[in-house]
Write a protein that binds this ligand. Structure first.
Ligand SMILES: Cc1cc2nc3c(=O)[nH]c(=O)nc-3n(C[C@H](O)[C@H](O)[C@H](O)COP(=O)(O)OP(=O)(O)OC[C@H]3O[C@@H](n4cnc5c(N)ncnc54)[C@H](O)[C@@H]3O)c2cc1C
Length: 603
C-alpha cells in the first residue's frame, strides 16, 4: 500500500493545535471526544486503503464517458455511494432528526482529507449529494425535505449543483434558464446547464438537481435568481418515478479528475420538465451560497489532499532513488563512493520542504476555517458573529491557496522524480493533472480574489480583517515566549504590518472612486495575504510543537515535533519574504492591466 497520508499530521493539527476535542463540551457535539474522533479517522483510513486508493489510477485510465445517452462511470462509484449512505457519511453534519450524525464540520473536513488523499475523484459524488440535501433541509419546505432528502442520504439518489450555463460561468447574473409557474405549484423549467459534476450515471436511481433559474418576469441580475429542485425523474402519485424531461447531452472529457463525470444537462426540451421552488423566489443565489461556501472549503481540501498524496509519493521516491554524490567540504566529490539517495541533495530537500510546507500549512488552514464554522454555529452566542466573519474572510484564501500552491508543490514533486515524473508509471503526472481543476471550479482564482479584496476585506468596515489581525497577534504573543520562535514571531509581526500598509494604499484607490484600479491586482493581493495567513498557521503549529517538546510529550516521535519547527523555518525563509515583491507590485504607480484608449498592450 502506497503511503498517501500521514495521520499523525492530521491528528496533531486537530487535537494538539486546534484542540478540537474541546468541541465535545458543546451539547450538540458531546459524542465527539478525542477517542471517538480517533476511531472515525482510523476507520476512514482503513476504508480508503481498501476501497478508494486501489482504484485511483484505474479511474483515471478508464475515465467517465458518454455513450447512447448514458454516462458510464467506474463501478466503484456505485459501491462508494452505497457504503457512504450505509454508514451515514453523506450528511454527517446534519441534525440527528434529519438523518445526520451532528458531526462537527472540523471532523467532517478531516475525514474528507483522508478520503481525498486516497482518491480525489470519488468524494465529489457524495460531497455534492450531501451539500444539495443540506440546501433542501435549510431552505426547502417540508414536502421537499420528505420527498428527496432521505433517499439522497442513503446514496440511492445523487445530488448536484447546477449554476453554470454556456454564456454564464463566473457571471451568474447572466443565467437564462427559465421557470414558468404552473397551476399545481410546480414550475416548467427550460434551459441548459453545463459542467455539472456527478450529474448522471447508472449507479443512482434518480438525480436531484439544485438549479439556478430565472422565473419569468424576475428582475435582471442576481436579484432575479431563484433556486429549484429539478429531479431527473419526478415522483408519481403512487410513489413511482417518471421521466422529468431532463436529458443528459454529454460528458465533458477532461485533462484530470477523469473518474468524476462532468455532464451537460438539458432541461425541458419537450416542454415537460418540472421544478419546485426552494424557499422564496429571487433569493436563490443567497441560498446557493450556503452550498458554495461549503464546496469552496471542500475544493480547497481536495487540492490540499491531492498535493499531500503527491508529497508522500515524491518523498518515497527521493528516499529510494540513488543519483550522484554529495559535495563534501572543500568542494570535492568522492566518485568511488556509492551514489547517494537524492533526498540528500539540498535542491531536492528544498522541493520536498516546499511540498511539506504547502500541504501541511493548507490542511491546518482548512481545519482552522472549519473550526470557525463550528464555533459560528454552536460556539458562545456572543462570539458567533465574529467566528462567522472570520470564516467568510478566510474562505476565498482556503479555497485558492491550496489550489494554486498545491499545483506548484506537485510540480516540484514531479520534478523530484526527474523524467519518471513525466511518465504514467508514477502517480505524479496524474496528481498534477488532477489538481489543475481546483483553481477553476467553485469560482476561479480571479473571482475568489475579487471576493476577498472587493467584498470580504471591506465588509462591515473591515471588521473581519481586524478580527484576523487579533488572531495573528495572539499567536505572535504566544510564540514570542519561546526564544527559538521569537525571531519568527517578529518576522510575522512585520509581515502583518506590511500587509496592512499595502492594503491601506489600495483602499486609497477605492476611496477616491478608482474602483477598477482597486481590484485590478486582486490576485496579487490574494497571494500576498495568503502568505501571511499561512505564516500565521505555521507559527501556530511550531508553537504547539515547541510547547509539546518543553512538556516532554511523547504522543509523537521527537523528530515529528522538530520537523514541524523546521518546516515553519522553511516557510519563513523561502515563502513569507515573497510578500516584499507583492508589495512592490501593489504599490507601483504604473497601471499596466487596466484597459484605456491610450494604452497599447497587445499588438
Ligand atoms: C470539471 C468541471 C466541473 C464543474 N462542476 C460544476 C458544477 O458541478 N456545477 C456548476 O454549476 N458548475 C461547474 N463547473 C463550472 C465552473 O464553476 C466554471 O467553469 C467556472 O466558474 C468558470 O466559468 P467559465 O468556465 O464560464 O469561465 P469564465 O467565467 O468565462 O472565465 C474565464 C476567465 O475569465 C476570468 N474572469 C471572468 N470574469 C471576470 C471578472 N469579472 N473579473 C476578472 N476576471 C474574470 C476568470 O477568472 C477566468 O480566468 C465545473 C467546471 C469544470 C471544468
Amino acid at each position: 500500500m502506497a503511503n498517501y497520508i500521514n495521520l499523525d499530521n492530521l491528528k496533531f493539527t486537530l487535537f494538539d493545535m486546534l484542540k478540537v476535542s474541546d468541541l465535545s463540551e458543546i451539547e450538540r457535539y458531546q459524542e465527539y471526544d478525542a477517542d471517538s474522533c480517533n476511531i472515525l479517522i482510523d476507520s476512514t483510513k482503513d476504508y480508503a486503503d481498501k476501497v478508494m486508493f486501489p482504484v485511483f489510477k484505474e479511474m483515471d485510465e478508464k475515465g467517465a464517458y458518454y455513450e447512447d445517452g448514458k454516462v458510464i462511470v467506474h463501478p466503484v462509484v456505485g459501491q462508494f455511494m452505497q457504503d457512504m449512505g450505509e454508514n451515514g457519511s453523506i450528511g454527517p453534519t446534519f441534525d440527528y432528526d434529519h438523518g445526520g450524525m451532528q458531526m462537527p464540520h472540523t471532523i467532517h473536513t478531516a475525514l474528507a482529507h483522508v478520503t481525498q488523499c486516497a482518491n480525489n475523484s470519488l468524494p465529489g459524488y457524495t460531497g455534492l449529494t450531501g451539500g444539495s440535501a443540506g440546501l433542501i433541509l435549510a431552505f426547502g419546505d417540508q414536502a421537499l425535505k420528505d420527498t428527496y432528502v432521505p433517499k439522497m442520504l442513503t446514496g440511492e439518489w445523487g445530488g448536484t449543483m447546477c449554476l453554470t450555463e454556456p454564456q454564464a460561468g463566473s457571471s451568474l447574473s447572466d443565467i437564462t434558464t427559465s421557470g414558468k409557474p404552473n397551476a399545481d405549484g410546480s414550475y416548467s423549467i427550460d434551459g441548459q446547464k453545463i459542467f455539472i459534476s456527478g450529474g448522471d450515471h447508472e449507479y443512482c436511481d434518480n438525480f436531484v438537481h439544485l438549479v439556478l433559474v430565472r422565473i419569468d418576469g424576475a428582475p435582471a441580475g442576481t436579484k432575479g435568481i431563484s433556486l429549484f429542485v429539478v429531479p431527473k425523474y419526478r415522483i408519481t402519485a403512487d410513489g413511482g418515478l417518471e421521466p422529468n424531461d431532463v436529458v443528459t447531452a454529454g460528458d465533458f472529457q477532461k485533462m484530470g479528475q477523469k473518474g468524476y463525470c462532468t455532464t451537460h444537462l438539458v432541461f425541458g426540451e419537450n416542454n415537460d420538465c418540472r421544478g419546485w421552488l426552494v424557499g422564496e423566489a429571487n433569493k436563490g443565489l443567497k441560498y446557493m451560497f450556503q452550498m458554495m461556501n461549503g464546496a469552496r472549503i471542500d475544493v480547497g481540501m481536495t487540492a490540499a489532499s491531492t498535493a499531500t498524496a503527491a508529497y508522500y509519493a515524491s518523498l518515497q521516491y527521493a528516499e529510494e532513488r540513488p543519483q550522484g554524490r554529495r559535495i563534501l567540504s572543500g568542494g570535492v566529490k568522492n566518485v568511488e563512493a556509492e551514489q547517494t539517495p537524492i533526498i540528500n541533495h539540498p535542491d531536492v530537500r528544498r522541493m520536498l520542504l516546499l511540498q511539506k510546507a504547502v500541504t501541511e500549512g493548507s490542511v491546518a488552514l482548512l481545519l482552522q476555517a472549519s473550526y470557525y464554522h463550528d464555533l459560528s454555529e454552536y460556539g458562545p452566542e456572543e462570539q458567533r458573529e465574529d467566528y462567522h466573519d472570520l470564516l467568510e474572510l478566510l474562505t476565498p484564501i482556503a479555497k485558492t491557496y491550496p489550489s494554486e500552491m498545491g499545483r506548484i508543490s506537485i510540480s516540484n514533486g514531479l520534478q523530484i522524480l526527474g523524467g519518471y515524473g513525466f511518465c504514467t508509471d508514477f502517480p505524479l503526472e496524474q496528481y498534477y493533472r488532477d489538481i489543475r481543476i481546483m483553481s477553476l471550479y467553485e469560482g476561479t482564482t480571479g473571482i475568489q480574489s475579487l471576493d476577498l479584496l472587493g467584498r470580504k476585506i471591506v465588509m462591515k468596515d473591515g471588521k473581519a480583517m481586524r478580527l484576523l489581525t487579533q488572531e495573528i497577534i495572539a499567536v505572535i504573543k504566544e510564540a514570542s515566549e519561546h526564544d527559538v520562535l521569537k525571531p519568527y514571531a517578529d518576522q510575522l509581526k512585520t509581515a502583518s504590518k506590511t500587509l496592512e500598509s499595502t492594503l491601506m494604499h489600495l483602499l486609497g484607490y477605492a476611496m477616491s472612486g478608482e474602483s477598477e484600479r482597486y481590484i485590478a491586482d486582486a490576485t496579487i493581493f490574494m497571494e500576498m495575504m495568503s502568505n501571511v495567513v499561512l505564516a500565521w498557521q505555521w507559527l501556530k503549529m511550531a508553537t504547539t510543537a515547541q510547547k509539546s517538546i518543553n512538556a516532554g510529550e511523547t504522543t509523537y516521535a521527537a523528530e515529528f515535533y522538530l520537523s514541524k519547527i523546521h518546516t515553519m523555518k522553511y516557510f519563513y525563509k523561502y515563502e513569507l519574504p515573497k510578500i516584499q515583491g507583492h508589495k512592490v507590485t501593489l504599490m507601483s504607480s504604473d497601471s499596466l492591466t487596466i484597459k484605456d484608449e491610450q494604452t497599447i498592450a497587445f499588438a
